[in-house]
Design a protein around this ligand. Sequence first.
Ligand code: FES
Ligand SMILES: [Fe+2]
Length: 431
Amino acid sequence: MLTAEENKKLTEVGPGTPGGELLRRYWHPVAGASELESEPVLGVRLLGEDLVLFRDLSGKLGLLEAACCHRKVSLVSGIPQEQGIRCCYHGWLYDCEGKCIEQPAEPTFSRFKDAVGQRAYVAQELGGLIWAYMGPLPAPLIPALDVLVHEDAWRDIGKAVIPCNWVQCIENSVDLTHVDYLHGLYYDYVLRRQGREPLPKSDRVFGGRKQVEIGFDKFKFGIKKRRRLEGDTENAEWQVGANPLIFPTMTRAGGRGSLQIRVPVDDVTTLTFLYSCSQPDDGLPVPPQESIPVYDVPLYDENGKWKTDWVTGQDIMAWVLQGPIMDRSTEQLGASDIGIKLIREMIFEEIDAVANGNDPYGTVRDPSENLPFLLQINESGPARRTGYMDNHWHQFSPIYGELKALMSRPSPARTAMEEEAKKKKEASYIS
Ligand code: FES
Ligand SMILES: [Fe+2]
């Protein structure tokens, strides 16, 4: 339980707020690179600020405050130029650093343009996403997560705008006990109501086995989770680190080639990216991918009800049902909520670190230290890989059929793996 004041500190994202200052020390994706191919100027909202994202005619990315400093018309209707973006109203031209470089209607001798400009932020492309950084310069590096930088794979990116505060989404990533109920009992209930059979064990999270013990370990970039499952002996290895939380906004959940990124849009809105990196493990080359598709993930079914016959849809419903900003002053946390306590503790600690002038958790500045990590792109077997795709966001992807074919393409190596997989009892699945 938090006081109302603590809850505010935890959840606010705007400029000048403690939480907003922390979040401004991290990179956040704001769009897919392919979205900028079809529309070179996009309006984006991040950390409570309305911005314009564009690529000028020279190919440079720009990320500026949206409202033109002249008469406040949004640059979202601006025109990309060789250098920068021109406001549609009176033609003022801004370069990608926000400097005003032309004011066509002002006297030719005027130096007025030198005195005005747009607030500018840094934008960079990585892994098919455009990332934004809104903190003090120099910016740190975008962590080289394997799913973002691995070369021999296909990618696709789902996205959805969620009407609630970002902390609810990230707390869910360390709320391990929900998996047994929301993705087990409730999932069965939803399917039953639809007149469908319960999922077979092989398609259930953890093979339908409940977690009997959970734990968490901090590591360089966030939190690794531990769990012991029903039927495991006391001395059995814990399942460790399969889907870590990357502080503060990312989590690997939905298969090992996946990444969920929760982007704080404002205090009551979160943009979630459901990112997939599909790499067959038969060792054969992957055909080149021309463009990484970005697609919308539906929150509701055709009747306007929550679409909860898939795993992340169940999570999304739970986040939103906690309210726009969850009231943590009246909650009742139990012993099983240690993950929730840990993530909050980390957010508060890192808010203080930033207030004291330090880099927060997981900041990387030295390129030699920014090596690809979490190298666990592949699932454990071909059947499992395509099976989980049916229960996750991949089912909504415009290249779903091609991805399934890629991940299960026939090859000698795959045949051998399938033989091996048949012999092995499935023990570990990723939520
Ligand atoms: S409002 Fe943008 S140039 Fe006038
Ligand atoms: Fe979940």
